[in-house]
Design a protein around this ligand. Structure first.
Ligand SMILES: *Cc1c(COP(=O)(O)O)cnc(C)c1O
Length: 423
């Protein structure tokens, strides 16, 4: 902690960070300070270079400082950095997204994933005329008051606030049920259906580590929403353009009414998006009664970075190759655990994975919390010393970029073997 930058940061920034996960509270030790990043590597002020599996918590699917993205930003910057007048780039971005995401006929661009979900929830309330939202424990939807909640007294039902500063009245508009539990969702919908504006879910939960939906679960949520006239919102801020060119919903079993995006579509610049059927989206201001606005929404630099990223992803179509690489990495991770007799599962989907030190794949947040967190912390630090940066929490998902070549993944697997052997 005698890093002078750490001291300066903590003097003027609460906790020394502008977003809490960066403070390393889940893993302990000194947080990293980035100097620069290039391709698969993060270079930090301690003079180290680390193979980065955090990748800014998801956006950097092309790797850091992709030359096409950088040059698009440079070219855009020369022409001005904000107009608050619509640009062709915004229209192109919207066209590209709407074409790629089956569930979207129209899309509104905003500045963060949080804003996208906030808008989706307000829109669902404005459209249905109802107030309550059902969410699932362990799913993260940004730092919106009504989403900073935990299960109340029962397993499922009315929520209580999980953050100071969130009023109990606000929390009580949210209902909470465990993820992957059809019966719990049914019970909540049966009791509160007449007040339910929306069911919001990460269709693949990637903010409690990676928890995959059980077969049929998302379809059941679709049916439940339909039964009571609630909207189904897929929060795809992480999964959008991560698993296919478009939303995970394109590949899946249920069509959501609204989809939120963020992270990848901004190419590393701030962005969010909410979209869905025209009839719902037209409820947004200025045409409709649901107010939403943003001085910097559709910002030209964000559009440039996002468009360059999406165009490159479309041309490369790296999804199958990324999934194969992730599979071979995680099978080596599993083999190492088997060889040492350490219980481990590594749920994987496309280029996302997360290790849990437990016997079986977790289905919900409770099971995630039952994994051996101490082992994760030890492995995290061993990897860090060996030049590998995993997300600094057992509740975050690891990512590959197109720059994570097989030889680099071999390096990761070797480091993983060594880390497990030290346990
Ligand atoms: C990251 C994330 C958010 C919040 O996005 P920000 O840009 O950090 O506000 C919301 N939902 C999901 C599923 C996310 O992964």
């Amino acid at each position: 902690m005698n890093d002078p930058l750490n001291l300066r940061a903590n003097t003027v920034i609460p906790g020394g960070v502008n977003s809490p996960a960066r403070a390393f509270q889940s893993v302990g030790g000194n947080p990293l300070y980035a100097e620069r990043a290039q391709g698969p590597y993060l270079y930090t002020t301690d003079g180290e270079k680390r193979l980065d599996f955090c990748l800014s918590f998801g956006p950097m699917i092309l790797g850091h400082a992709d030359p096409d993205v950088v040059s698009a930003i440079q070219q855009a910057a020369v022409h001005g950095t904000s107009y608050a007048v619509t640009t062709e780039a915004e229209v192109e971005m919207a066209e590209l997204i709407v074409e790629a995401v089956d569930a979207m006929e129209k899309v509104r661009l905003v500045n963060s994933g949080t804003e996208a979900v906030m808008t989706a929830l307000r829109l669902a309330r404005g459209y249905t005329g109802k107030d309550r939202i059902l969410k699932f424990s362990g799913c993260y939807h940004g730092h919106i008051d009504s989403m900073l909640v935990q299960a109340g007294s029962g397993v499922a039902g009315i929520a209580s606030s999980s953050s100071a500063g969130v009023s109990e009245e606000t929390a009580q508009d949210t209902l909470v049920a465990p993820y992957n539990d059809e019966e719990a969702a049914e019970a909540v919908v049966r009791e509160h259906g007449s007040e339910l504006a929306a069911i919001v879910v990460e269709p693949i939960a990637a903010n409690m580590g990676l928890v995959l939906p059980k077969p049929g679960y998302l379809r059941r949520l679709r049916e439940l929403a339909d039964e009571v006239g609630a909207l189904l919102i897929f929060d795809e801020v992480i999964t959008g353009f991560r698993l296919t060119f478009g939303a995970f919903a394109n590949l899946c079993c249920a069509t959501p009414d609204l989809v939120t995006l963020g992270k990848i579509i901004g190419g590393g610049l701030p962005i969010g998006a909410v979209g869905g059927r025209k009839e719902i989206m037209d409820h947004l201001a200025p045409d409709g009664p649901v107010y939403q606005a943003g001085t910097l929404s559709g910002n030209p630099l964000c559009m440039a970075a996002g468009l360059a990223t999406l165009r490159k992803l479309k041309a490369l179509n790296p999804y199958e190759a990324l999934a194969e690489r992730a599979q071979s990495l995680t099978s080596r991770m599993n083999d190492a655990a088997e060889a040492t007799g350490i219980p481990l599962v590594v749920p994987t989907d496309g280029s996302m994975f997360s290790p849990f030190f437990r016997e079986s794949e977790p289905l919900n947040f409770q099971q995630v919390q039952e994994a051996d967190g101490e082992r994760f912390v030890k492995v995290f630090h061993s990897l860090l010393e060996q030049g590998i940066y995993l997300p600094p929490s057992p509740f975050e998902t690891s990512f590959l970029s197109v720059r994570h070549t097989p030889d680099l993944l071999d390096q990761m697997a070797d480091a993983w073997e060594k880390a497990l052997s030290q346990l």
